[in-house]
Design a protein around this ligand. Structure first.
Ligand SMILES: Cc1cc2nc3c(=O)[nH]c(=O)nc-3n(C[C@H](O)[C@H](O)[C@H](O)COP(=O)(O)OP(=O)(O)OC[C@H]3O[C@@H](n4cnc5c(N)ncnc54)[C@H](O)[C@@H]3O)c2cc1C
Length: 339
């Protein structure tokens, strides 16, 4: 049987100066209730954590963040999330995940968490001048794909230009696609895309590849892949039907040329979103949160799920699965550690 936890008296503290270090700043309005769990982020990981925590009667609170619904709000068709035989639009699926979690008691606030203080319990979660107290936190803030931000890119994001070959490769059957990047992901995505595309051109701004030899060679030896080094995207070209190609710039002599393609995949990395944690939770060299015990981080009581910890899979279903695990871990941890 699950216990419900203590409540602290409400108090208000004076305003803060932005020069004061985060952990020593006054906390604005402190909310009186100590929540069992606060979930930060509203992608598949967050909503699944919310669903499980709600069904476990933890009365979870979620801060959905600046992009309510997460990365899938950017994509039109999801064909690889189980349960949708005809596929589903990203925003629609995220609305359904939210509705399902809310039905079991998830409280959602469409606000961004500015910072947290996890130096002592209850933890503090700061949101627009208010401080929320909580026994545990699940961080589900995802990882942002790094985009080139070349002219013409914004209009084609989630249409002709993607950052996820596993997600969108199948939409480019028998078409010519470009892959931009020089690391393992770029080589792996280029090789993967040859299953669908008639031709893949891998574009890299230098002639040295960061990719491991095996990944590079697999791409280089694939007859469907052409590698163009010392080239970068100067501008994307499109018409009313979608992407038509790009203007490539030679990084050595500045000359330009046009290349035709109906799809492009930018594979120059991801940035996990952890700034608001202020370095209080251990991350790896690339900024991904590290799990210490199941889904728990280096700070007992702080859990993490989804792309913010996932250096490998980065799929909606894997994020959702980890969100489920984190909520179950939280439930167990609360039972064992909070009185
Ligand atoms: C264009 C595109 C197409 C894709 N297509 C597919 C597909 O077809 N199939 C598939 O399986 N995967 C697909 N993916 C990958 C999939 O979107 C991700 O793997 C998945 O969304 C990760 O879920 P998540 O819950 O970890 O984080 P995200 O979905 O990234 O959500 C992160 C959440 O954190 C919130 N947040 C961030 N900072 C804060 C803060 N300070 N305070 C509060 N909230 C915050 C954001 O608002 C957001 O809600 C695609 C990705 C992209 C970019």
């Amino acid at each position: 049987m699950f216990r419900f936890y203590s409540f602290l008296p409400r108090k208000t503290v004076a305003g803060e100066s932005s020069n004061t270090p985060a952990l020593h700043r006054p906390m604005g309005t402190v909310m009186s209730e100590v929540r069992n769990v606060i979930i930060i982020g509203s992608g598949p990981a967050g909503y699944t954590a919310g669903l499980y925590a709600g069904r476990a009667m933890l009365n979870p609170l979620m801060f959905a963040g600046y992009m309510s619904g997460g990365q899938l709000m950017l994509t039109s068709d999801i064909e690889n999330f189980p349960g949708y035989p005809e596929g589903i639009a990203g925003p629609e699926m995220m609305m359904q995940l939210r509705e399902q979690a809310e039905r079991f008691g998830l409280e959602v606030q469409d606000r961004n968490v500015d910072e947290v203080d996890v130096s002592q319990r209850p933890f503090k979660v700061m949101v627009e001048g208010e401080t929320y107290l909580t026994h545990s936190i699940i961080v589900c803030t995802g990882a942002e794909s790094v985009w080139l931000n070349a002219p013409g890119e914004a209009e084609q994001k989630g249409r002709g230009i993607s950052t996820c070959a596993t997600c969108d490769g199948a939409f480019f059957r028998d078409e010519h696609v470009l892959v931009i990047g020089g690391g393992d992901s770029a080589c792996e995505e280029a090789t993967f895309l040859t299953r669908f595309a008639s031709k893949v051109t891998l574009i890299h701004r230098r002639d040295v590849f960061k990719a491991s030899t095996i990944m590079y060679e697999r791409a280089a030896n694939n007859p469907k892949i052409e590698i163009r080094t010392f080239r970068q995207i100067k501008e994307w070209l499109s018409d009313d039907k979608g992407l038509t190609g790009a203007v490539l710039e030679n990084t050595q002599d500045g000359t330009t040329e046009t290349i035709e393609a109906t799809g492009a995949f930018i594979a120059i990395g991801h940035t996990p979103i952890t700034d608001f944690l202020g370095g209080q939770v251990e991350t790896d060299a690339n900024g991904y949160i590290v799990h210490k015990e199941h889904t728990m981080t280096s700070v007992p009581g702080v859990f993490a799920a989804g792309d913010v910890v996932d250096t490998r899979y980065k799929q909606a279903i894997t994020a959702a699965g980890m969100g489920c695990s984190a909520a179950i871990d939280v439930e167990k941890w609360l039972e064992e550690n909070v009185h």
